[in-house]
Design a binder for this molecule. Structure first.
Ligand code: PEP
Ligand code: MG
Length: 573
C-alpha cells in the first residue's frame, strides 16, 4: 500500500524516482564482545581499502566542481587513513585489548581529535575536522553501512533528509538529484530557496518523510502541492506522470514571455530579475529571460569553499557573473553569514538566538579584514559589468555609514594603486529589519537603493522563526503590517528619487504580485524558475486599477482578508 504524506511544496515540478536517504552515521553502535581478532583485522583492512577507493572516486567526481586546492582534501583524508601511527594504534587495540575494529577506530580517532582540538592553531583544528570525516568513513565501511555522500550520487534519485543545510544543497547535482523532501523547514529556508534556483521539485516540513521511507523505495513528490506518495501504486504513477507532462507543457507555453519586457495590461513597465547563489545559476537566469541579477547571495561562495575565499578567488567569481550578464544589472549582497548559514571552517560562536545575533553586516563590521577583502574584490570586478553592492541586515543608519566608509577607503586605495574601477558603484541596503522600514525616509537620503528582504522582514515583524513549521501560520506576507511597511519603503524611495526592489520570496507570490505592482515596486527579484509565470501574471494586471485599491487593502484587518480581497477583486475580476 502506498503512503501519502503532506509537506510544504517549495519548488514546483513533479518527480518520480527512487529514495536516497541522507542519514548521519550513528556512532553509538554496539560493541562486539569476544571478538575474533583475525576477522576484526580483516574488517579493518577491507574498510581501509574501500575508503581509499571511495576517496579516489569522490576526487574524480568533484574535479569540475572544486578548485585544485579544495581537491587536496581527498588526498589529505587518504593520508590520514594510511598514517602509520594511526593504523598501528588501531591494530594494537584489536590485538592487545581485544576490541572490535569499529570501536578501535572510534577510540583512536577520538584520542587524535582530542589532542588536535586542544592545540590553539587553525591548522590543527582543520586536521581534527578531517579526522572526524575519516572516522565516519572508516567506521561505516567497517560496519557495512552506506555513507551518505551527496557528491557521490551517480544515479537518478530523490533525496530524503531530516533537513538539508545550504552547503549540502549547494552540492546537489540536478542531473541525478531529481528533487528532495525533508522533515523540517519552511518556504524561506535556504534549502527551499536553493531548490528553486536549481529548478528541482522540493518539499520541506513534511515532519515524517524520513521515518516513512527506506533507501530504494519508489517515491513521487509534487513540489507545487507538497504531496508525497511513498511506494505509489500503478494508478498513482499514471496520474502523476500525466500531471508531470501537463506541468512541462505549461512551462513550454510560458516560454513566449522569455524575451519580453515586463509590462502590465495597461503598459506599466516594471522589471523582473533573478536571485542567484553562484555562477552555476546563470544558465537559469538566461534561460528564463531575466532582466538582471537582483540578488547575488555572495555567502554561497564562502560556503562552497574550504576556507575564506581570497580576494583573487572572489574577484574571478564576481567578474564571471558580471561578464555573463553584460550590461544588465547585478546586485551583489555582501557576506550574509550566520542564522542558518554557517561556514565549516569559520567559528561563529553558538548563540541562543542566532537569527538575532552576530551575523551578516554585524560580523563584517566587527571583523572588517574579511569585509575589506570582499569589497576590494567587488570594486576590482566593477569595471566588467553593471555592478551594484548592497549590505545585508542593516539595522541603523550608522551601520550603513560605516559600511560605506570602509567601501570608500578600499576604493580609494585601489584607485591609488592605479586599478580601474567603474565610475559610479551604487550602494544599497537590504530592508529586512523593521527599524529600517520605519526609518526609510531617513535612509533614503543616504542610500542609492533599497531591496526589501521579506524573508527576514516578515520573521522579525511577526516575531516568527522563518524555519519553524510550528509557527508558520504566523509567517504572513499578506498581513497588512507587512504591506504597510513595504508601501512606506517604496514611497520613501520615490520621494527621494531612488528605486526599491524586493528580493524576498514574497516578490514571486501570486497574491502579492498585484499588490506590489499597484504600489509601484520598481524591481521584482526572484528564483529564475518563477520569472516567466510572474511576467505572465503581470501582463494580465492593470496597474492603475490596482493602485487605486491599495489604500483599501492596507486598511483590511487580516492577512486572510487581503488574500480574499485580491482573489475576488483583482485576480478573478
Ligand atoms: C530576505 O531576507 O528576504 C533575503 C532575501 O535574504 P535571505 O533569504 O538570504 O536571508
Ligand atoms: Mg535576509
Amino acid at each position: 500500500m502506498s503512503i501519502k504524506i503532506k509537506g510544504i511544496g517549495v519548488s514546483k515540478g513533479i518527480s518520480i524516482s527512487k529514495v536516497y536517504k541522507l542519514v548521519e552515521i550513528d556512532l553509538n553502535f554496539e560493541k562486539i564482545k569476544d571478538i575474533d581478532v583475525a576477522l576484526e583485522k580483516d574488517k579493518l583492512n577491507n574498510s581501509i581499502d574501500k575508503s581509499l577507493k571511495q576517496l579516489d572516486k569522490l576526487r574524480i567526481l568533484s574535479q569540475d566542481k572544486l578548485s585544485v586546492e579544495e581537491l587536496k582534501i581527498f588526498e589529505a583524508h587518504q593520508l590520514i587513513i594510511q598514517d602509520q601511527d594511526f593504523l598501528k594504534q588501531i591494530n594494537e587495540k584489536i590485538e592487545n585489548e581485544k576490541i572490535d575494529a569499529a570501536s578501535s577506530i572510534l577510540a583512536v580517532s577520538n584520542s587524535f581529535i582530542q589532542i588536535f582540538e586542544t592545540i590553539d592553531d587553525d591548522y590543527f583544528k582543520e586536521r581534527s575536522a578531517d579526522i572526524k570525516d575519516v572516522r565516519k568513513r572508516l567506521i561505516a565501511n567497517t560496519l557495512g553501512l552506506d555513507i551518505p555522500d551527496l557528491t557521490a550520487i551517480d544515479q537518478e534519485v530523490i533525496l530524503v533528509a531530516e533537513d538539508l543545510t545550504p552547503s549540502e544543497t549547494s552540492q546537489l547535482n540536478k542531473q541525478f538529484v531529481l528533487g528532495f523532501a525533508t522533515n523540517i523547514g519552511g518556504r524561506t529556508s535556504h534549502s527551499a530557496i536553493m531548490a528553486r534556483s536549481l529548478e528541482v521539485p522540493a518539499i520541506v516540513g513534511s515532519k515524517t518523510i524520513v521515518e516513512s521511507v527506506e533507501n530504494g523505495d519508489q517515491i513521487i513528490i509534487d513540489g507545487q502541492t507538497g504531496d508525497i506518495i511513498v511506494n505509489p501504486n500503478e494508478v498513482e504513477i499514471e496520474i502523476y506522470t500525466a500531471k508531470k507532462i501537463q506541468f512541462e507543457a505549461n512551462e513550454k507555453l510560458l516560454q513566449k514571455y522569455k524575451n519580453k519586457a515586463t509590462i502590465s495590461q495597461d503598459n506599466y513597465k516594471t522589471e523582473i530579475c533573478s536571485n542567484i547563489g553562484s555562477f552555476n545559476d546563470i544558465d537559469g537566469v538566461i534561460n528564463n529571460g531575466s532582466e538582471g541579477v537582483g540578488l547575488y547571495r555572495s555567502e554561497f561562495l564562502y560556503m562552497e569553499s574550504k576556507e575564506l575565499p581570497t580576494e583573487e578567488v572572489q574577484f574571478e567569481a564576481y567578474k564571471k557573473v558580471l561578464e555573463a550578464m553584460k550590461d544588465k544589472l547585478v546586485v551583489v549582497r555582501t557576506l550574509d553569514i550566520g542564522g542558518d548559514k554557517e561556514l565549516d571552517y569559520f567559528d561563529i560562536p553558538k548563540e541562543m538566538n542566532p537569527f538575532l545575533g552576530y551575523r551578516a553586516i554585524r560580523l563584517c563590521l566587527d571583523q572588517d579584514q574579511i569585509f575589506r577583502v570582499q569589497l576590494r574584490a567587488l570594486i576590482r570586478a566593477s569595471k566588467f559589468g553593471n555592478l551594484k553592492i548592497m549590505f545585508p541586515m542593516i539595522a541603523t543608519v550608522e551601520e550603513f555609514r560605516d559600511s560605506k566608509r570602509i567601501f570608500e577607503e578600499e576604493k580609494a586605495k585601489l584607485m591609488n594603486e592605479g586599478i580601474e574601477v567603474a565610475p559610479n558603484i551604487e550602494l544599497g541596503i537590504m530592508v529586512e529589519i523593521p527599524s529600517v522600514a520605519m526609518m526609510a525616509d531617513i535612509f533614503a537620503k543616504e542610500v542609492d537603493f533599497f531591496s526589501i528582504g521579506t524573508n527576514d522582514l516578515i520573521q522579525y515583524t511577526m516575531a516568527c522563526d522563518r524555519m519553524n513549521e510550528k509557527v508558520s501560520y504566523l509567517y504572513q506576507p499578506h498581513n497588512p503590517a507587512i504591506l504597510r511597511m513595504v508601501k512606506q519603503v517604496i514611497d520613501a524611495s520615490h520621494k527621494n528619487n531612488i528605486w526599491t526592489g524586493m528580493c524576498g520570496e514574497m516578490a514571486s507570490d501570486p497574491i502579492s504580485i498585484p499588490i506590489l505592482l499597484g504600489m509601484g515596486l520598481d524591481e521584482f527579484s526572484m528564483s529564475s524558475s518563477e520569472i516567466l509565470s510572474s511576467r505572465h501574471q503581470i501582463a494580465s494586471l492593470n496597474q492603475k486599477d490596482i493602485e487605486s485599491q491599495i489604500d483599501h487593502i492596507l486598511n483590511l484587518a487580516t492577512a486572510q482578508d487581503v488574500k480574499e480581497y485580491v482573489e475576488t477583486n483583482i485576480l478573478n475580476k
